[in-house]
Design a protein around this ligand. Structure first.
Ligand code: MSP
Length: 511
């Protein structure tokens, strides 16, 4: 329960958001940071609304690529994943990401829970034994249909040779779910977002679903199939289940499944659309479990025209950028630069330009001059006078807009809505020219109103920006003596602020 804007008691909504779980056999790069920050912005915003939030991220540790890499390095797969998982575990606090749990699919609890759900799928009659023969890409850990295979039977993503595989497998009867999935897409047009990804998933389903391998028997690094120890589960089926299994053991002694399942949003990149929008709902239907509400599919970060990634050798190290510019600057750049749901190029020049224009000259300048003027003209105390109503009306619209936009994970438009207000406030400084008002003692009231309106407006944009810029927003709100982050408080209130402290530049320009 929480207290709503009108003083009534309101029930909190449970809000469960996930990122993909990352393969541990590559170092974290900016693409991984992108998915994670996006999910974090949603989680932080929902906490500001008083919702009951659970935010999950983690690592995907099984499968042939890991087994092969371990073999090459002369270590066991477990040793390899234990060595590599900390790169991702450490990334999260560095990104200032507020995940409630970090799942590793080598966790014993995940494995046991995944076995239980997959056994249920079999008991429900959706699994059979057969022999698989087809093209397989060890780097994708994925079989390719003849239509998907590139020229000369190469992987369309990695451009490396596909391997002809023939092995006894258990199969998941995906084909049996075609009609159910079409109905799901009919009934829930926002199951997959944005729309162009919904269309893509839908046409994949309508083109005809084939049954898929559920197990592998040529290597042993995976979750054992409980009814046949010669097999391990095909990594994707077990990995997808992480979203569900984590809730059963994330909080010791408490099962969170009832409270948080089904997830509100799975945030994923477009490369894993088929698994999440087709296989995953079919698996859940087969197990008799409720389906997630939305799968939001974002685009790729590009370097020039190419996808950034390990395979392309063009991956950017997020740690390096954060060492130089700070975590908030990286979060902000990624969320503002690449429209959520579309591909977008990233570059060092682009980063510097946005840092300069929006953080140093935009928000940073607004904050430092507002606070400096309150000190210079009013001895550091915000006047407790009425506010500029016209300005307040413009600023106050933002919270509702952001709320609606983030209900549909439109992070880009929500960021724009806030930024419009940051610009508005900077324009207000120029229009009102407090330095001129300060020269004329007859205009003291006017100056009071301008300073109070600016300080209050600054507070409101800081509250709204908190999910994007958690550290800077907190610093700014602390300087204003108003640390409350509740979204209900993101509107201008006269007499709200009193004595304020000084502020170091939030985004120094020297770089
Ligand atoms: N382990 C699987 C996911 C299993 S989820 C049950 C996987 N891992 S991954 O490490 O290869 O990539 C995961 C995600 O990282 C992608 O879906 C995407 O969200 C993100 N990105 C990786 N490279 C990216 C870009 N160049 N641009 C944006 N995001 C990208 O797939």
């Amino acid at each position: 329960m929480r207290v709503g804007p009108t003083g009534t008691l309101m029930r909190s909504m449970s809000f469960y958001v996930t990122t993909p779980i990352y393969y541990v056999n590559a170092a974290p790069h900016l693409g991984h940071a992108y998915s994670t920050i996006a999910a974090d912005v949603l989680a932080r915003h929902m906490r500001q609304r008083g919702e009951d939030v659970f935010f999950l991220t983690g690592t995907d540790e099984h499968g042939e690529p890991v087994a092969l890499a371990a073999e090459r390095e002369g270590v066991t797969p477990q040793e390899l994943v234990d060595r590599n998982a900390p790169h991702f575990i450490d990334l999260m606090p560095r990104l200032n990401v507020s995940n409630d749990f970090f799942i590793r699919t080598s966790d014993a609890e995940h494995q046991a829970c995944a076995q239980e759900v997959l056994s249920r799928i079999r008991e429900n009659g959706h699994v059979y034994e057969g022999v698989y023969e087809g093209w397989y890409c060890p780097r994708c850990a994925d079989f390719k249909t003849d239509a998907e295979a590139g020229e000369d039977n190469t992987c369309p993503i990695h451009r490396t040779a596909l391997v002809r595989e023939k092995e006894p497998n258990y199969f998941f009867r995906l084909s049996a779910f075609q009609e159910d999935l079409v109905r799901l897409f009919d009934e829930q047009p926002d199951f997959v977002m944005p729309r162009h990804r919904y269309n893509e998933a839908r046409s994949f389903i309508e083109s005809g679903l084939q049954d898929v391998s559920l197990s592998r028997s040529t290597f042993t690094w995976g979750v054992p199939v409980p009814w046949d120890p010669e097999h391990v589960f095909y990594v994707w089926f077990e990995a997808l289940l992480n979203y569900y299994t984590a809730l059963s053991y994330a909080t010791p002694g408490e099962d969170l499944t009832e409270r948080f399942w089904p997830a509100q949003f799975h945030i994923i990149g477009k490369d894993i659309l088929k698994f999440h929008t087709v296989f995953w709902p079919a698996m859940l239907l087969a197990a008799g479990l409720p389906l997630p509400k939305h799968i939001f599919v974002h685009g790729f970060l590009l370097i020039g025209k190419d996808k950034m990634g390990k395979s392309a050798g063009n991956a950017i190290d997020p740690f390096q950028i954060m060492d130089e510019y700070g975590t908030d600057a990286l979060r902000f750049y990624l969320m503002r630069e690449v429209s959520f749901g579309h591909d977008g190029a990233v570059s060092e020049e682009g980063f510097k330009a946005r840092y300069e224009a929006e953080l140093a000259n935009g928000l940073g300048n607004l904050a430092s001059r507002t606070i400096a003027m309150v000190h210079r003209y009013r001895d550091g105390t915000v006047p407790g006078c009425p506010l500029d109503e016209e300005l307040a009306a413009e600023i106050d619209g933002a919270a509702g807009e952001v709320r609606e936009l983030l209900d549909v994970a439109d992070l880009t438009a929500a960021g724009d809505a806030i930024w419009l207000r940051v610009r508005r406030l900077n324009r207000y400084v120029e229009e009102q020219a407090p330095w001129t008002l300060a020269k004329d003692s007859d205009r003291a009231e006017e100056l009071d109103r301008v300073l109070a309106s600016l300080a209050e407006g600054l507070r409101v944009v800081a509250v709204l920006l908190h999910p994007w810029l958690p550290e800077s927003a907190d610093t700014l709100l602390a300087a204003l003596g108003a640390p409350d982050l509740a979204l209900d408080g993101a509107r201008m209130v006269p007499g709200n602020l009193g004595a304020i402290s000084t502020l170091q530049p939030l985004f120094p320009k020297q770089r």
